[in-house]
Design a binder for this molecule. Structure first.
Ligand SMILES: [Zn+2]
Length: 190
């Protein structure tokens, strides 16, 4: 049986509720959408995996506000039921010098923790972002309510000019980094 991975592309298309951060004319939800599509493509071309997307088309809108948007994503993953939940986001900070990749989990010393370590290493290896490590964020709804190991990946900082260029130009590489991280977590050769 294939390992079922639910890929949640953070936020909704521009113009709707829950749209995420925006810097330098780029929108978080466009980046997370495309990285998710690439990641699903990589996983679904490997018979060991089956991936589903929270936003299968660019115009998919989930929920009617920030809360119900998150509820819908988690419900879909729980009802499938997925074996793993991977939420994709991009970070931002008013201090534009802050950069790098972070992965959030509900709790340390869990399968989520080991998957997060593998995924962050995969991204840093492929894309060359700074490794900001794993952080516990137990208040994040999707991490709290998903019934399977779940990680929230902050690919890089859209507010940092160098990270922004990577987020704009290296979207496939971000997906590849996550994919390699998943492969290593399972001990599959890459
Ligand atoms: Zn976000």
């Amino acid at each position: 049986m294939a390992i079922k991975i639910y890929i949640d592309q953070g936020h909704n298309p521009t113009g709707y509720h829950n749209t995420g951060t925006s810097w330098y004319g780029l929108f978080e939800q466009d980046i997370t959408y495309q990285v998710g599509v690439y990641l699903a493509g990589l996983l679904n071309s490997d018979p060991r995996f089956e991936a589903r997307l929270s936003r299968p088309t660019p115009s998919t809108v989930l929920g009617t506000n920030n809360t119900t948007s998150l509820v819908e994503r988690v419900n879909m993953a729980n009802q499938w039921p997925a074996n793993y939940f991977i939420s994709i986001h991009v970070n931002a900070n008013l201090n534009t010098e802050i950069n790098g990749t972070e992965v959030y989990i509900y709790q340390f010393y869990t399968q989520s923790n080991w998957l997060a370590e593998s995924v962050i290493d995969g991204i840093v290896d492929v894309v060359g972002t700074k490794n900001n490590g794993i952080k516990a964020r137990p208040s994040l709804y999707v991490l709290k309510k998903a019934k399977m190991p779940s990680i929230l990946v902050e690919l890089a900082y859209l507010s940092n000019p160098s990270d922004m260029e990577k987020l704009r130009d290296d979207q496939y590489q971000f997906a590849q980094g996550i994919y390699i991280g998943i492969m290593r977590y399972f001990g599959f050769s890459t």
